[in-house]
Design a binder for this molecule. Sequence first.
Ligand code: UD1
Ligand code: UDP
Length: 371
Amino acid sequence: MGIRILSVFGTRPEAIKMAPVIWELQKYPDRIESRVCVTAQHREMLDQVLGVFRITPDIDLNLMQPAQTLPELTTRVVAGITEVLERERPDCVLVQGDTTTVMATALAAFYRKVPVGHIEAGLRTYDRYSPFPEEINRRITDVLATFCFAPTRAAAEALRREGISDRDIYVTGNTVIDALLWAVRQPEPPDVAKLASRLDGQKLVLVTAHRRENFGAPLEEICLGLRELARRNPQIAIVYPVHLNPNVQEPVHRILQGEERIYLISPLSYLSFAHLMNRADVILTDSGGIQEEAPALGKPVLVVREETERPEAIEAGVAKLVEIDAHVIVQEVERLLYDEQAYRQMANAVSPFGDGHAAERIVRILLERLK
Ligand code: UD1
Ligand code: UDP
């Protein structure tokens, strides 16, 4: 029998970043028994990704509740995963990222003394409330993990500074680049061409925002900035696939619904979103994953957050932190769209987060360490 590896994930970004690893694990049927468990912390947004990557989970805990709270969700994940571990008896559990699913799964695995591999280890802002609760989720997970797969050298360095043994830290690149490079090689889905055909030569500003610390006034401020931007600039169109979290849906629709040249749409399938990023002129986001993807596509990305755990993109000059103030947002987007030099300086295709082979490295290391 092969090494039994249980990959656990629950949300859209975890699924995207775990998919290349699951594909890679499946390449070794003689040596690895790969099992997939989803908590379904997200439901529709997770299922979209499972569909794109054609992954059928072996176990689906189906945990999402509307407007779920952190303590409720954490409790349900720890209990659900504990039962799965009792039944499945894996040799190793893989988690990816910094969500509640990740932290609670790592804890449940630790209680059963099952080694945990943490993919995307070592990201830090060192501000416990930003992003909230992800900064603490990932620190807890790194403490619990047996194998830390750091996407970059800086992330590995952070782990070393925190006293994690060098022997357990591996710099692998981020698996999101594996997923992205695959996605943009696929034919462009028809919904993207349809959206683009509505643009009428306008410049495309692609927007996402969903972070918990931006709920309330900051998210409203972002929306006011977008409204102002669209009203002032007939030559700009804004496409915003709105996250299904009700704390996002309500203010975004209240402030932006019905505005000319602002297209509020449902979350896009990963293939469509990747191709739409490729067509965008500017991306404005508070998402983690998009900060990694935009540089690989050479798309300037304005990050509406106070700080980032992904400084590599800022250092590479492709990303910029933007104060959450409507006027500043308008100013920064307009500058990029009308100042060619400013645009050229940011539109560099660089890939500080990986080369598209992260999943291969991770699986090779697992084969070596778990044999
Ligand atoms: C979660 C993660 C966040 C990650 C984000 C990616 C935590 C604490 N937060 O935030 O780190 O960046 O996912 O998107 O782990 N909902 C649906 N359908 C879906 C998904 C969400 O209806 O497919 C709604 C539900 O009402 C759900 C709510 O959104 O209760 C919140 O979902 P949750 O996973 O708790 O938080 P996110 O804000 O999505
Ligand atoms: N994404 C997607 N459809 C969308 C918006 C985003 O597939 O409509 C992808 C995006 O390319 C990235 C990931 O979702 O890979 C980011 O997820 P999210 O912003 O939900 O979470 P975060 O990365 O902030 O944790």
